[in-house]
Design a protein around this ligand. Structure first.
Ligand code: MOS
Length: 754
């Protein structure tokens, strides 16, 4: 079925409805076997010895004692030739992209607390951990640096050869900012900071590896089995066809499970060495050190605005803290694209420190950039005496200024602002008395834009059985977001097959079709067009069969509710009545077409927050949030809302509670556990959350009109809360998170200043 002949959906009967997850029962009852639940006959357990120092060289490893421990079947170190695997520690093993190798699987040069030094496989997890403790390592500790500003000072201990600057500064420039600032009536400058946040998906990272001759099968918790397959094949020098990765269920990743981990390769090597299946899952404490994070940022932003609200210039100097290995953290995109602004100058640098590395984290870099930009917009609005919603409306972008001024396929930002403000009761809330204390109230607003990279290739297969039930075959990992449900709904929409009669095969490189990683908020827009095309191919075959059986021309037939109608409904043929379908199965194959090249696909959002702050204790409560999102068509209102609410709560974590704390005297993370690292609980979630979808009926982004919601859901939440905090207290908190301790300090400073 050619994509070009497919018309956008008009009214839909299934797509868009709030339908519970097709696998909801399995997931909540415990019947679903996640990778962490996999138990194979004869299975061993792996554990990893990690460097306890922020910076050290391994001088000697003695494994003799560990090898003699009860139950131990293998010990693996850098001395084993098969473990000498080059590693680009920023982003998994070297792949087709030609990633640079900066390290090894067990590199004797350890650049952060938690780097892999050795591994063990034993009959039980306890025996494996006992053996890990029995490995004797002689380290030569070295000077370290745990903060990005210190790292760039002369004489700071270098993390990588060549110093602590990660490559050359990145620069984006348009217009003339000096001219822009000269034309402005108000120019403001502020330095904003954000803290390092740690990925904390429900299922910890890990793999189960099993060899069958020269064939490797890995049950791995990840966001895209095909990427893991490719990473493993490269690391182990195997053909892709011999590596099977299965990720049917997975318990969350948020960006930290897009590539193979060292643990994946280590599990495979231990399994090979012992000729037994090996299960290697990290402990929660390990994941705090080594599976990734949203890096801290320092963002110096200068902005100019005219009295009428016209933005004249933005200038950003950004510094990101990438950790011990390189990966991109630039935050400037929104500053160049969310609002119409002729003069923009962005310079971003990144610094190495001796700590775990940055990794994609739900809208990588965007909440940080938004924290700066959207608080700045709030401050500009106040200075010129304009409502912050009005200031944003005044500067809606007409075209994508960051991509050759191409038009967007759709822009719902205006509606996010106006309809969101109406639904939130913005005007009334903004003018309501704030209270006489100690609890004071305020409301704030922030908007966002999100960019996905290329949505990639995607192939889907739909098979229709003779009884009218169907099989859907897709490669995508369902991160818990409801991907499988949405895809099944597309089949149900086109073929009228009830959801409970659709069997789904997904996320298995051995049996399902190639698709790109589930990430970048692009899973539904990458995969659902392929699924729809596959279903349409099946539908076309069914209509041909019906035309032959009824002896009527194809043009007289319509497909409705899983049956074929002829002569305006005078004749009706159920799928099961098709004689030629008996004794066979129809197979439809759908392939997604390319992204539009002449236009740019971008989701937009506006978040509104109401907070209550105790000016005596520094506590803050988020009373309510309204999130208005232009993410194109809503495919399933229930899972869409779930995404938005999850994103809001994650944004609360960014704004109020989450922060990696490094001890600069020991170089260790001091809060590497769920007690001291605070992810929001149900009690921290906003008292009331409202999701307001804005559907601009985009017919150009792709055949299904979807633009993506996963990451936009969290981007502007933090800044909206900070702006509400300012409205309530008159205090601008430039550093995230807004903890009670920080608020008390700021309140005390205000008092002393009078
Ligand atoms: Mo995402 S941070 O693209 O999984």
């Amino acid at each position: 079925m050619a994509e070009t002949t497919v018309k956008p959906w008009g009214e839909t009967t299934i797509v868009g409805k709030p339908i519970p997850r097709v696998d909801g029962y399995e997931r909540v009852s415990g019947a679903a076997v996640y990778p962490v639940d996999v138990i194979l006959p004869n299975m061993l357990y792996g554990a990893i010895l990690r460097c306890p120092h922020p910076h050290a060289t391994v001088k000697k490893i003695a494994v003799g004692k560990a090898r003699e421990m009860p139950g131990v079947r293998a010990v693996l170190t850098d001395a084993d030739p098969e473990a000498r695997i080059g590693w680009y520690a920023g982003s998994g093993p070297p792949g087709p992209g030609g990633r640079q190798m900066l390290s090894r699987l067990f590199d004797p040069h350890c650049r952060y607390e938690g780097e892999e030094v050795a591994a063990v496989a034993a009959e039980s997890p306890q025996q494996a951990w006992d053996a890990v403790r029995a490995i004797q390592v002689e380290y030569e500790t070295q000077p370290f640096v745990t903060g990005m500003e210190e790292a760039l000072k002369p004489g700071a201990p270098p993390v990588q050869e060549g110093g602590n600057l990660v490559g050359a500064p990145r620069e984006t420039k348009r217009g003339d900012v000096a001219k822009g600032f000269a034309e402005a009536d108000v120019v403001l400058e502020e330095t904003y900071r954000s803290s390092c946040e740690i990925h904390a998906p429900m299922e910890v990272h890990g793999s189960v590896a099993q060899w069958d001759g020269d064939r490797l099968t890995v049950w791995d918790t990840n966001q895209g089995p095909f990427g893991i397959q490719s990473d493993l094949a490269t690391a182990l020098k195997m053909p892709l066809s011999k590596v099977r990765v299965i990720s049917k269920y997975m318990g969350g990743g948020f960006g930290s499970k897009q590539e193979a981990g060292k643990y994946t390769v280590i599990a495979a090597l231990l399994a090979q060495k012992t000729a037994r299946p090996v299960k290697l899952f990290l402990t929660r404490e390990e994941t705090f050190l080594c599976v990734g994070n949203r890096p801290a940022h320092i963002m110096k932003l200068k902005a100019g605005v005219k009295k009428d609200g016209t933005l004249t210039a933005f200038q950003l100097t950004g510094l990101g803290e990438v950790g011990a290995y390189p990966s991109d953290t630039s935050v400037g995109y929104q500053i160049g694209d969310l609002y119409q602004c002729p003069n923009v100058h962005i310079v971003e640098t990144q610094a190495y420190i001796h700590a775990g590395r940055n990794r994609a984290f739900r809208a990588p870099s965007f909440p940080q950039g938004n924290w700066a930009l959207e608080q700045m917009m709030d401050a500009l609005a106040e200075k010129i005496g304009m409502d912050p919603v009005e200031l944003r409306l005044k500067n809606i972008p007409a075209v994508c200024q960051m991509q050759q001024n191409k038009p967007y396929t759709s822009t719902g930002l205006r509606e996010c602002l106006t309809e969101g403000a109406r639904a939130f009761g913005w005007k009334e809330a903004r003018s309501r008395p704030k209270g006489d204390g100690p609890w004071v109230r305020g409301v704030g607003v922030a908007s966002s834009i999100w960019m996905y990279q290329n949505a990639g290739n995607s192939t889907a297969i739909v098979k229709l059985f003779a009884d009218g039930s169907a099989n859907l075959n897709i490669g995508a990992a369902d991160l818990g977001t409801g991907t499988n449900t949405v895809m099944a709904m597309v089949v149900a929409e086109e073929l009228g097959v009830p959801l409970d009669r659709i069997q789904i095969e997904n996320a298995d490189t051995g049996t399902t079709q190639y698709t790109d990683v589930s990430g970048g908020s692009k899973t539904v827009l990458a995969d659902s067009p392929a699924v729809r095309l596959a279903a349409l191919e099946v539908k076309a075959r069914l209509l041909e069969m019906a035309a032959e059986q009824l002896k009527v021309p194809l043009s007289d037939l319509v497909f409705k509710d899983g049956a074929i109608l002829a002569q305006g409904g005078a004749q009706k043929l159920a799928i099961t009545e098709l004689r030629r379908l008996r004794g066979q199965m129809l197979v439809g194959v759908g392939r997604r077409g390319p992204d539009p090249t002449d236009k740019v696909v971008r989701p937009f959002s506006t978040d509104f927050a109401e907070v209550e702050v105790n000016t005596r204790t520094g506590e803050m409560r988020v009373l309510r949030m309204l999130a208005a999102h232009d993410s194109g068509r809503v495919m399933n209102l229930l899972t869409y809302r779930n995404q938005v609410f999850g994103g809001v709560v994650m944004g609360v974590g960014f704004a109020m509670t989450e922060r990696r704390i490094m001890d600069s005297s020991t170089g260790k993370m001091v809060n590497a556990n769920f007690h001291d690292y605070k992810i929001p609980t149900a009690k921290d979630a906003p008292g009331e959350m409202t999701c307001l979808p804005i559907d601009p009926h985009d017919t150009e982004c792709n055949i299904n009109g979807v633009k993506g919601i996963g990451e936009p859901a969290t981007i502007a939440v933090g800044a909206a809360i900070a702006n509400a905090f300012y409205h309530a207290t008159g205090i601008r908190v430039t550093a995230a998170p807004i903890t009670a301790a920080q608020v008390l300090t700021l309140l005390a400073q205000r008092k002393t200043r009078g």
